[in-house]
Ligand binder design. Structure first.
Ligand code: G
Ligand code: G
Ligand code: NA
Length: 253
C-alpha cells in the first residue's frame, strides 16, 4: 500500500521518465525507430527499472494511468524527431491489464490527434502471453489499432504459450524474438535452429521479425545471415535520454 501511494505521487509529480533504445533495420542499415522504456527516479535520486515497480502498478490498477502517460510522452517525443527531420517510429509497451479495459484504440486515437504524430510511426508492443491470454478480445483491439494505421508488435515472442496453430490468429505486424533465444545464438546450434525457424515462420506468415538483446557482433552476423529484419540491443546502444537519443540518431542517419 505504501508503494501504491508512492507510485501515485510519482505520476503526479513527474518522477517517471522515458528512455529510448534504437531499433536498426538490417535491410537498409538505417535506424528505423526506438522503443520507449519507462523509469522511475525516486525522491532519493535512485532510478528504478520497470520490472521493480510495474508489477505493483498492475496490481493496484495504476498501470492504466502510467501506460497512458508513457504513450503520450512517447508520441510527443516522436513528433519532435519528425519536426527535426528524423522520420522514426516509436514503439510503446502496453500492459495486458491496460488492454483488458478495452479502451486502447480510443486512447491511441486521442493521443495521435493531440500530438499530430502520423499513425504509421506508432508501434504498440504487447507480450505474446497477454495476447494469447485472451486472443478473441485482444485480437479485435489489435485489428482496430491496425485499421488506424498503427502497427502492432508481439513482444517476448517464443517464451509464451502460443501453439503453432494459434500463431496464425495473431493480428500483428512484427514478432519480437525474446532475448533468451539471442543470448546463446553464437554458441548453441539448437538456439540458432529455433531462431531460424521463428524467422522463417514469421516471414511465411507476413510478419517482420525483430531480435532484441543483441550484444555481440557474432550474434549480429548470424541474425543477418538468417534474414532477421530488425535488431535492438546493447551492441548498438543502451536505452538513452531524449537528448542523447537525438544526438545518436543524427550521427546514425
Ligand atoms: O527497460 P527494461 O529492460 O528494464 O524493461 C523491462 C521490461 O519492462 C521490458 O520487458 C518492458 O516490456 C517493460 N516495460 C518497459 N517500459 C514499459 C512501459 O512503459 N509500459 C509497460 N507496460 N511495460 C514497460
Ligand atoms: O522485452 P522488452 O523489449 O520490453 O525489453 C526491453 C528491455 O531489455 C529494456 O529494459 C532494456 O534495458 C533491455 N535490453 C535492451 N537491450 C539489451 C541487451 O542487449 N542485453 C540485455 N541484457 N538487455 C537489454
Ligand atoms: Na517491449
Amino acid at each position: 500500500a505504501a508503494l501504491d501511494i508512492d507510485l501515485r505521487n510519482a505520476l503526479a509529480t513527474q518522477q517517471f521518465f522515458l528512455q529510448f533504445q534504437p531499433q536498426v533495420s538490417l535491410l537498409t542499415g538505417k535506424l528505423s525507430g526506438a522503443e520507449a522504456l519507462v523509469r522511475w527516479r525516486c525522491p532519493d535520486g535512485t532510478v528504478m527499472p520497470p520490472d521493480t515497480f510495474l508489477p505493483y502498478a498492475e496490481e493496484s490498477g495504476l498501470i492504466a494511468a502510467i501506460d497512458e502517460w508513457v504513450l503520450s510522452q512517447a508520441c510527443h517525443a516522436a513528433r519532435r524527431w519528425h519536426d527535426s527531420g528524423m522520420r522514426l517510429r516509436i514503439s510503446v509497451n502496453m500492459s495486458s491489464a491496460r488492454f483488458a479495459q478495452r479502451h486502447i484504440p480510443a486512447l491511441v486515437t486521442r493521443v495521435l490527434q493531440e500530438t499530430g504524430l502520423e499513425p504509421r510511426y506508432l508501434d504498440i508492443e504487447l507480450t505474446e502471453t497477454a495476447v494469447m491470454h485472451d486472443i478473441e478480445r485482444v485480437g479485435s483491439d489489435l485489428a482496430s489499432l491496425r485499421s488506424l494505421g498503427v502497427s502492432v508488435s508481439i513482444d517476448d515472442f517464443g517464451v509464451g504459450y502460443s501453439s503453432l496453430r494459434s500463431i496464425k490468429q495473431l493480428r500483428a505486424d512484427r514478432l519480437k524474438i525474446d532475448r533468451d533465444f539471442v543470448r546463446n545464438l553464437a554458441v548453441s546450434g539448437s538456439d540458432r535452429a529455433i531462431l531460424r525457424t521463428i524467422i522463417h515462420l514469421g516471414h511465411e506468415l507476413d510478419f517482420e521479425v525483430v531480435a532484441e538483446g543483441v550484444e555481440t557482433a557474432d550474434q549480429l552476423t548470424i541474425l543477418r545471415a538468417e534474414r532477421c529484419d530488425e535488431v535492438q540491443g546493447f551492441l548498438f546502444a543502451r536505452p538513452m535520454s531524449m537528448p542523447d537519443f537525438m544526438a545518436y540518431a543524427q550521427r546514425f542517419c
